[in-house]
Design a protein around this ligand. Structure first.
Ligand code: AMP
Length: 190
């Protein structure tokens, strides 16, 4: 199985690159942000709780997202592999993911990090907010809070995979296709 974690701060291009990776490698895309936004649209209790935190740029609790990923892994038993996009975002989530995959005799193949500096991220997210309809993209304070959450809680996840020799970082600034080719080179070298 090819199990990739696409990593990077909000606005790094994880969603865009995931779409291209799904097409090429026929992987199942698991974006916890998308699953949460779907819960909000459905008006579920989980969605309502998560929305408050998401609108403030805060992470939702680990047990919520871990439960969602566990369900998705169970409902995609025959998948050739997964792209985890926006998950894991804490070391506790990374450890839980390892345990979940272990019960399926599988493991993470590689974490690929997209490196983009903060000023570029803010500009990209504000621009995306004009069309995305995402309340958390529209406000610069919320964007900064999301980047802050990333730096304090999510950035340490890179070390977790580095210690397992499963970490690659690439430049996330440039043309979409150029970045995609670099990602594919990393995958082909696995
Ligand atoms: P994203 O679409 O990945 O930018 O996620 C949007 C928002 O959903 C984040 O700012 C968090 O509030 C929440 N979220 C998504 N994934 C996670 C996760 N793995 N852990 C905690 N919160 C998450």
């Amino acid at each position: 199985m090819l199990n990739l974690v696409l990593f990077g701060p909000p606005g790094a291009g994880k969603g865009t690159q995931s779409q291209k990776l799904i097409e090429k490698y026929k992987l199942v895309h698991l974006s916890t942000g998308d699953i949460l936004r779907n819960e909000i649209v459905q008006g579920t209790e989980l969605g309502l709780e998560a929305k408050k935190l998401m609108d403030e740029g805060m992470l939702v609790p680990d047990e919520v997202v871990i439960g969602m990923i566990s369900n998705k892994l169970d409902s995609n038993k025959d998948a050739p592999g997964f792209i985890f996009d926006g998950f894991p975002r804490t070391v506790a989530q990374a450890k839980a993911l390892d345990s979940l995959l272990e019960t399926k005799n599988s493991e993470i193949s590689c974490m690929i990090a997209l490196d983009v500096r903060n000023t570029e991220l803010e500009n990209r997210l504000l621009l995306r907010g004009k069309d995305s309809g995402r309340p958390d993209d529209a406000n610069v304070e919320v964007i900064r809070k999301r980047i802050e959450e990333y730096n304090s809680k999510t950035a340490p996840v890179a070390n977790y995979y580095r210690e397992q020799d499963k970490f690659s970082t690439i430049n996330g600034v440039g043309g979409v296709d150029q970045i995609f080719s670099t990602i594919c080179r990393v995958i082909n070298d696995l």
